[in-house]
Design a protein around this ligand. Structure first.
Ligand SMILES: Nc1ncnc2c1ncn2[C@@H]1O[C@H](COP(=O)(O)OP(=O)(O)OP(=O)(O)O)[C@@H](O)[C@H]1O
Ligand SMILES: [Mg+2]
Length: 470
């Protein structure tokens, strides 16, 4: 990777004369929007799992992290998911004093449970990444001659794992649905969500609508809605009244007569149409079969205690997640994300033993080969880590309603125009974010999480004290 590092020309960025807004943050990054540039600045936070193996604070290591993420995005994720859905980031450098002032100014905007992690900095410099702001339409889709200026609404979905390898289907529930028990046990949620990623990725419109409605009812950290780049629903700000206000403005009819039920139906249908439309034209990269790798990958022991698995199996009601699916429209964003998740076919147990046997490798050594051109991965571990990135990504859909007719608007690509159930027209765009490469140690992290999830399931199902219907 060192060689390609020279490809990245980082620019100095100052926010002094630039308007910025706090956009949001996850566990590892804090994001500011720069509305004039229609960009977001993504800054790494310190004290995250991601940095456990990067205690060295030399500038070199710091550049390595930013460059590695940018390269991975440009050389691996862009070809896998498609240029229509991601534009690679630019690495930028900020002055450390400016970042200190920024942290002070950000304090009141950040949720209190996030404030304990600051921005990760070298004593003099901070590296960040500039991405297009997917909550807005790109300049090419924002014609100045638009007759009426309506707000841009963006739906962000973190769809999670939409497919489970057969070898991992030990229980009647998928990874996401089982993880709900752990969230409940930890007090992060009060009730189990009805959202199941298998429904969203099933290729069946009815199941996908149910999945989207369930996400709206219980967004957790899987759904957010922005209005002109400002969060208006999700991340704690939710409720039926708020949702109605947002949907009425986004997809409602002009005289306000649409019922809430119809608004939800209309929005879900619109979102489903965009998730399954093919904006990408390039051919999907095909993975080669895992030749000669299977023999040494025999399962050599218990990754997760079988007694725990058996105990949970006996208590879980037989109602299963629906593993069935039909193909999604080729080159749609859902199909592309699913294809990357499906690079992992062999099952977590075998990958785990592969990882244990080859543990001497560095956390990100696997990227060398991917960045070098083998973008689908050649080994089970490489594919598992690629699939993990695709299980954690966010899909962002931006819509601007078009009032008036399209005839007067020059050069608007028709494939970016869509109608809702009431035949109102929207210009839309699709972007994918949060596509960082995962460290090899997440194989071990996932084993621990699976054990924790099963323990939480057992506790909840045994005592039934959480009053949940499962
Ligand atoms: N390119 C983008 N355009 C618009 N908004 C973005 C973009 N990238 C990130 N965001 C916003 O910032 C939020 C946090 O960013 P991100 O998901 O990258 O953080 P993270 O720490 O990697 O999250 P996680 O803990 O889920 O991995 C996102 O949920 C999204 O709302
Ligand atoms: Mg992330």
């Amino acid at each position: 990777m060192k060689k390609q590092l020279t490809d990245i020309n980082e620019k100095v960025l100052t926010l002094r004369d630039t308007e910025w807004q706090y956009r949001g943050e996850g566990n590892a990054n804090l994001v500011l929007s720069l509305p004039q540039q229609r960009c977001v600045l993504r800054l790494r936070k310190h004290d995250s799992d991601h940095y456990v193996n990067h205690t060295d604070s030399t500038t070199d290591v710091h550049i390595d992290i930013a460059s590695r993420e940018a390269l991975f995005c440009r050389m691996v994720m862009v070809p896998l998911l498609g240029e229509a859905y991601i534009q690679p980031p630019a690495v930028v450098v900020l002055d450390q004093r400016e970042v200190e002032q920024l942290e002070g100014a950000l304090h009141s905007h950040r949720p209190s449970h996030r404030n304990h992690k600051g921005i990760y900095s070298h004593p003099c410099l901070t590296y960040g990444m500039l991405f297009p702001d997917y909550a807005l339409l790109p300049p090419t889709l924002s014609p100045v001659s638009m007759p009426h200026c309506t707000p841009t609404f963006c739906l962000e979905v973190k769809p999670k794992q939409g497919w489970v390898p057969e070898a991992d289907r030990h229980l009647p529930r998928c990874t996401f649905c089982l993880n709900q028990f752990l969230k409940l046990r930890k007090g992060a949620i009060q009730k189990l969500s009805h959202y199941c990623p298998l429904d969203l990725f099933s290729g069946d419109a009815g199941r996908a609508h149910h999945a989207l409605e369930s996400l709206l009812a219980s967004p957790q950290n899987n759904l957010k809605i922005f209005r002109d780049g400002v969060l208006v629903y999700g991340d704690g700000d939710e409720g039926t009244d708020r949702l109605e206000l947002v949907l009425r403005e986004w997809v409602g009819d002009r005289d306000g007569k649409n019922s809430v039920k119809w608004l939800v139906k209309k929005m879900c249908a619109l979102v489903w149409d965009v998730l399954t439309c093919s904006l990408e034209v390039s051919k999907r990269p095909m993975a080669n079969p895992l030749l000669g790798e299977l023999e040494p990958l025999q399962n050599k022991g218990e990754r997760v205690p079988s007694a725990l698995m058996a105990a949970v199996t006996s208590l879980l009601p037989p109602k299963s997640c629906d593993w069935s699916a039909v193909p999604l429209p080729e080159n749609s964003i859902l199909a592309r994300v699913l294809n990357v998740q499906q690079l992992e076919q062999i099952g977590a147990d075998c990958v785990y033993w592969d990882y244990i046997t080859n543990k001497h490798h560095g956390e990100y050594d696997y990227l060398q080969e991917l960045v070098g051109g083998n973008i689908c991965g050649r080994t089970p571990l490489q594919r598992y880590l690629l699939a993990t990135t695709a299980k954690d990504c966010s899909i962002m859909l931006a819509f601007q309603r078009f009032e008036g007719n399209l005839n007067g608007v020059p050069l608007l690509p028709t494939k970016h125009v869509i109608s809702d159930l009431d035949l109102q027209k929207y210009i839309f765009n699709v972007g994918v974010s949060d596509l960082d490469p995962k460290p090899a140690s997440c194989v071990e992290k996932h084993r621990k999480r699976d054990c924790e999830v099963l323990t939480a399931c057992l506790e909840i199902l045994q005592c039934g004290s959480f009053g949940v219907s499962v």
